[in-house]
Design a protein around this ligand. Sequence first.
Ligand code: ISQ
Length: 154
Amino acid sequence: MVGFSEKEEALVKSSWEDLTKTFPEYSFYFFTMLVGSAPAVKDLFPFLKGSNEIPKNNPQLEAQALKVFKLTFESAIQLREKGGVVIADPTLKQLSSVHVQKGVIDAHFEVVKEALLKTVKEAVGAKWSEDLNNAWAKAYDGVAALIQKGMKEI
Ligand code: ISQ
């Protein structure tokens, strides 16, 4: 079990406030970063497929981005409260099978992680620190590892 310090939890919680204050803006930034480093992932999202631009004010895009950030945030809270990330079995099975169906590979988890960390940096501005970055990275790795394991068991 990895665990999370009180300070790490506080850092993630404070940046979560920054992110969610203007989430539409950061969801656009997140997808811009993601597609910028891995253009092929556009094919995995119906609202990006065949388009040269990331749509602005797109509720589906925002909802998808929110899923990733929320799952990572919840993972941070669990690391603090339980010492590890737990996802209820039916939820994990569903998440894992959607990722298998979409053809997600391990490299995708890396590019999403990078885009997520860049977005956190953008959202917190001058409050950014290595510790903050590492806390989000740890939370992301925790949930990503569970989904990746789940994908192998489908
Ligand atoms: C993974 N799962 C659901 C939604 C997502 C949005 C962006 C990047 C990765 C994602």
